[in-house]
Write a protein that binds this ligand. Structure first.
Ligand code: BT5
Length: 315
């Protein structure tokens, strides 16, 4: 959002302020102020005009300027009503050297999960991708997935949802005490380009089932609406992005928080990898985001870096 509009909004948030007072504060004509106010209204900001002047009443909108306004993290937002996949658009921006841009879509028609699986993304959810250019080796890339999971779980917990993390990329809500039952609230798809020693760019795609009926989503899904009622998506996304920014800047703390929120640690798990699978108890997450599993039978410890993880009942 342009700086003048942001400053006018700040003034209106403390409002009401009369048009002439605004005009002299910003050294512009009253007509120019009026134009800015109209443009802000069009962008979805609810600005009342009363006898004492203009005041910002509320921000019901979910769009680029609304998400950027009041966001305490250094991201700019590119908003689309509809996109095939926010990750695809973010990859284009990343290739053109954009960093710290968030691509948000109201709905996606070709949302992607891992391994070319489809991700269902109707209007009402939070579907977005963050373009980063972190100065870390490619082996650290999985930590950004963990950072996204921590940020998503924390933001969801603030809305009253018992969000937990299932290694490596799911935010889930437990549906029984054994942690073998869970419903998926959010998924994360991290893609990157880089050389052996440096990441060129990283796109972290996050999809959260926010104001949606879980019944309309694939089996095994849940939503913030089903768990705790609808949220203001603008505020939810802002909180999530702020947490993600904090996590990516402190990967050590991210690991600590990940461990505290993880449902997987201590569980009997099956991890399916390309071509094989491992079954055993998940003991620990490594400093680069791998999962240490003590194999059933041999007791041997292996570290898996990617795969599909299922929580199993104890033997
Ligand atoms: C994921 O893959 O969980 C990663 C999902 C990433 C989605 C975000 S949205 C913004 C960005 N832009 C994109 O195009 N994608 C990212 P995976 O672990 O492979 O799980 C995929 C599986 O989850 C599917 O095969 C379905 O079974 C299930 N699924 C699909 N849509 C779902 C939804 N909305 N909620 C819960 N589960 C879903």
């Amino acid at each position: 959002m342009n700086e003048t509009r942001r400053a006018i909004l700040d003034a209106l948030a403390d409002g009401p302020v009369a048009g002439p007072a605004l005009a002299s504060r910003f050294e512009m004509s009253r007509a120019a102020i009026w134009k800015h106010v109209e443009a802000l209204r069009e962008a979805g900001f609810e600005i009342e005009s009363g006898p004492d002047g203009y005041a910002l009443a509320s921000i019901p909108a979910y769009n680029g300027p609304a998400i950027e306004y009041g966001l305490e993290a250094p991201f700019s937002v590119e908003f689309h009503e509809t996109l095939a996949s926010t990750n695809d658009r973010a990859r284009e921006l990343a290739a053109a050297d954009a960093a710290d841009t968030v691509v948000v879509a109201e709905e996606m028609t070709g949302g992607r999960g891992r391994l070319e699986r489809a991700w269902s993304a109707p209007a009402g959810g939070c579907w977005f991708s963050v373009v980063c250019q972190p100065d870390v080796p490619p082996a650290s890339a999985p930590l950004f997935t963990l950072a996204a999971a921590v940020a998503t779980a924390r933001a969801a917990r603030e809305t009253g949802v018992d969000a937990r993390i299932k290694w490596p990329n799911d935010v889930v809500v437990p549906s029984d005490e054994t942690a073998t039952g869970y419903r998926k609230l959010a998924g994360i798809l991290t893609e990157m380009e880089g050389e052996t020693d440096r990441i060129a760019w990283l796109v972290v795609g996050i999809g959260v089932n926010a104001n949606l009926d879980a019944a309309a989503l694939p089996g095994g899904a849940t939503s913030i609406r089903d768990e705790a009622g609808d949220v203001d998506r603008r505020v939810f996304l802002q909180r999530l992005l702020e947490e993600f920014d904090a996590c990516r800047n402190d990967l050590e703390r991210t690991l600590e928080e990940w461990r505290a929120l993880a449902l997987t640690l201590g569980q009997r798990v099956r991890v399916e990898r390309a071509g094989d699978e491992v079954v055993g108890v998940a003991l620990e997450v490594t400093d680069s985001g791998g999962l240490v599993v003590e194999l059933e039978g041999s007791g041997e410890r292996v570290t898996v870096t990617a795969g599909d993880c299922t929580h199993l009942r104890p033997v």
